[in-house]
Write a protein that binds this ligand. Sequence first.
Ligand code: DX5
Ligand code: ZN
Length: 239
Amino acid sequence: MNPSAGQALAQLSATLAARGPVVLPALLLCDFGHLAREVERLESAGAAGLHLDVMDGRFVPQLTYGLVVVEAVRRAAKGPLEVHLMVEQPESCIEHYAEAGADILTVHLEGLSDPRLTLQTISSLGPQAHLAISPATPVERVEPYLDVCDGVLVMSVEPGFGGQRFNPVALEKLAHLAALRKERGGSFKLAVDGGISTETIGPVAAAGAELIVAGSAVIRSPDYTQAIAQLEQIARGVT
Ligand code: DX5
Ligand code: ZN
């Protein structure tokens, strides 16, 4: 975890409280030949944080990048980094990703043998611990762990690729978690990832999403500033 992570996260929470939902651009489809420049462009375009998709070619079919790239992004970025681990046995590498500079470490419930222990370990290492669920996983399965996670990431596409179509099953899950949080008074954040566009961001924000990951909607736009501003404006208009 980076030394200024506490500050970066405090800033993210303050933005959420003051301005409502934020967009976290996913780097998956960015120009990796000019990674530092992409990070700089996204941050100066107003990104409240960046989302990094680590895929191992086993938990999901695609292989993306690992520690070396996360460290490079950490060096280039000023703001908070969310590392979304789509790997088998994430328990074996969380310590390394925490050290590499993850401020939020997101692990998939489907890949964990002891979710409670893994989430507690992440927290003890420093990063915020977020729990992700794929579209086929019932939302009730995260309920036993809500007291030990700082956020729940509801996947609105099958993990593995950018540019897929939004699956509306995420809306029910977000609404369910938002209601549960209100009822039980929890403090976990609600996040969503996959298929976010100007059409889908309104509904996810209305359902309670606060950290909204957007890959292609930002990266495939010629103007990152305009893309982020437009998405956040729509999200904030409905909350
Ligand atoms: C999918 C990844 C997403 C992806 C989002 O497995 O977790 O973060 O990059 O890309 P879009 O927004 O294009 O669906
Ligand atoms: Zn992701």
